[in-house]
Design a binder for this molecule. Structure first.
Ligand SMILES: Cc1ncc(COP(=O)(O)O)c(C=O)c1O
Length: 393
């Protein structure tokens, strides 16, 4: 009998952090523990009625199935471009500057295939969404990360990356609103990064999956506001409209870069299902449900962060996203902090910060922290606060 072996690249990967979290939750539930699961960032609120209703009618409208358009129906791309126009004041040609994706994870993973040759460098944040580095790896590129540290407002220090690395760099990933730190970037930051990339022939790729989840008086900016040249922004319907299970997003920006990405995608998949695009058009036409979503996350943020503050821990209330990047007691490791929260009397599942980060320059930017995804209900957040009051640190 011969053994089927995975590829070297696949074998080089550790587990996927959130799959490990899922496993842990199942184990605890199996023991009859009433778990409050703040592990994986998957909204548990229902997809808004208007989106589901439009999805249903669209299924009948597409009675003859047929493959969808590779790049997205023009109606979907127009809805995305119009939304970007309303939200960020940026005018796009839907035919040239926008393409549909199968969720934004698909785009994040596949983008390097369009731009990276073996040995080219992709620079991304640490901690960061794992497909930034994994997509690079499978495209044959080389990863270089920059640390996100509290003392820098969780913003990149581009000067800390050696010039020799920049000379080989093809793509720079930024993610604001940032997962997992909840930081937001100003328009001046986006302009600085876009200028930096233009001077060096680098593509600035801005992950804006959380653009609509914010608690600041002013809505976060997009990299697209810094001009389209050398800039791509990656958007998702998942968090804005609780559509994680629908798998739909879009990429917008530099015409040439969008065109290259479209070309790679025609070789990978056959487009986002048409009825899902139609439902997304309905979702993009409505802001009421988005505001309700924001209000609910803000309430949950205040309950959970308030409870940690009462324990004497630093106030880590995020300015954006569904994540709390909570610092633990001084000197306690992130794994130990997560374990304390997992004590069956508390049973709060949080992801150790170090599962999302790697040591850099002798310091791991995730050390001492846990990430809580504010996906449980408000009642469950209240219960978490009651349990946290009993936590002995
Ligand atoms: C930073 C970030 N980007 C992108 C995504 C991908 O979202 P989706 O593929 O559902 O659009 C996620 C998902 O959690 C994320 O955290």
């Amino acid at each position: 009998m011969t053994t089927i072996r995975g590829s070297q690249k696949l074998s080089s990967l550790g587990g996927y952090a959130f799959a490990e979290v899922d496993k842990l939750v199942e184990e605890l539930k199996g023991k009859g523990v009433s778990v409050l699961d703040f592990g994986v960032g998957d909204p548990r609120a229902p997809t808004p009625t208007l989106v589901r209703e439009r999805g249903k009618t669209a299924i009948d409208e597409h009675a003859t199935s047929g493959y969808p358009s590779y790049v997205g129906a023009l109606s979907f791309r127009k809805a995305a471009a119009d939304w970007i126009g309303r939200r960020f004041g940026v005018t796009l040609d839907p035919a040239k500057h926008v393409t549909a994706t199968i969720g934004s994870k698909e785009a994040v993973f596949h983008l390097p295939l369009a731009f990276v040759d073996p040995g080219d460098v992709v620079v991304s944040p640490n901690p960061g969404y794992p497909p930034y580095t994994r997509g690079t790896l499978f495209a044959g590129g080389v990863n270089h990360t920059y640390p996100l540290r509290a003392e820098r407002g969780y913003l990149p220090d581009l000067a800390s990356v050696p010039d020799a690395v920049w000379a080989k760099t093809k793509m720079l990933w930024v993610c604001y609103p940032n997962s997992p730190t909840g930081a937001v970037a100003s328009l001046a930051h986006f302009r600085e990064w876009a200028d930096f990339c233009r001077k060096r022939g680098i593509l600035l790729v801005s992950d804006e999956a959380y653009s609509e989840m914010y608690f600041t008086p002013e809505a976060p900016h997009s990299a697209l506001e810094a001009g389209l040249e050398n800039v791509l922004s990656v958007f998702s319907m998942s968090k804005r409209s609780a559509m994680t299970g629908w798998r739909v997003g879009f990429v917008a920006g530099d015409e040439q870069a969008v065109s290259l990405f479209k070309k790679i995608k025609t070789n990978i998949d056959s487009g986002t299902p048409s009825f899902i695009q139609d439902a997304s058009v309905a979702a993009l036409s409505d802001e009421t449900h988005v505001k309700q979503m924001r209000d609910e996350y803000k309430r949950k943020r205040d309950i959970v962060c308030g409870a940690f503050k009462k324990l004497g821990l630093p106030d880590c209330s995020p300015a954006s996203t569904m994540y709390v990047w909570q610092a633990g007691p001084k000197g306690m490791s992130s794994v130990e902090f997560a374990k304390r929260l997992l004590d069956p009397s508390i049973a709060i599942v949080a992801t150790p910060g170090t599962w999302l980060s790697s040591p850099q320059d002798g310091v791991d930017p995730g050390e001492g922290r846990v990430r809580l995804a504010l996906v449980p209900t408000i009642e469950e957040c209240d219960e978490a606060a009651r349990r946290l009051a009993r936590l002995a640190l």
